[in-house]
Design a protein around this ligand. Structure first.
Ligand code: CA
Length: 227
């Protein structure tokens, strides 16, 4: 049996069945809710390891559920949204959701998202605070040096802040707004164009033209993959 307990919050019965069948076949434990308030109660009483959350719920919307849960828990939340809900999806990520699935999604996509989250949970259980290692990349937080295959990279202060933010949130999709606020400060203009430029130079230095380390989520933001 899988050690992870997943809370599935979805009012659409066929989609909920698809998700729970997938979980069952892959040995996840799960509980379900079809309303937002029920989801909040179950997350408090059952302390799930992962939450899969539909944004369009019959009582309160998914964003409100996230805000509520985030007041006491950092449990990973994967949101499920319709294509027409792109704006809601971005603001749910801003409010602290970790990842997203757009309907219709495949079973494979769902399982891939769960694996990303599980790798993060495993990593969170054995964190070393002084350095971050992700395959060929190493960040030494004490000296402020970044290495690729043992070769030191020469990063600007902004690039260093960017890579540390991505590393700290490895596996999680970060929105443009979140990155800009954390790297340049909340007073900064919402300048996605300059973020793109910084990201391009950073990728070049990381030799990541294939985006295997840092993924672009068009119109949303970026994510560092756990390799
Ligand atoms: Ca719904």
């Amino acid at each position: 049996m899988n050690e992870y307990l997943v809370l599935v919050v979805e009012d659409d019965i066929p989609i909920r069945n698809l998700i729970t069948t997938t979980l069952k076949m892959n040995d996840y434990r799960y509980i379900t809710a079809s309303k937002g308030n029920e989801a909040i109660m179950l997350s408090a009483s059952h302390k799930p390891d992962i939450i899969i959350l539909d944004l369009g719920l019959p009582d309160i919307d998914g964003e409100e559920v996230i805000e509520h849960i985030r007041t006491w828990s950092e449990v990973p939340i994967i949101i499920v949204s319709a294509r027409s809900e792109d704006q809601e999806k971005i603001s749910a990520l801003d409010k602290g959701a970790d990842d997203y699935l757009t309907k219709p999604f495949s079973v494979d996509e769902l399982l891939a998202r769960l694996r990303v989250i599980q790798r993060r949970l495993i990593k969170a259980g054995n964190t070393s605070v002084t350095e971050f290692v992700n395959e060929r990349l190493k960040i030494d937080y004490v000296s402020g040096c970044v290495y690729l295959d043992e070769n030191e990279l020469h990063l600007t202060p902004i690039e260093y802040k960017l890579i540390c933010l991505l590393a700290k949130n490895v596996g999680k999709v970060l929105t443009h707004k979140y990155i800009i606020q954390n790297v340049w400060g909340s007073s900064a203009d919402n300048n996605e164009a300059s973020l793109r430029v910084f990201m391009a130079t950073l990728r070049k230095k990381l030799n990541d033209s294939q985006q295997s380390l840092i993924q672009t989520h068009i119109g949303i933001g970026y994510r560092m993959m756990k390799l």
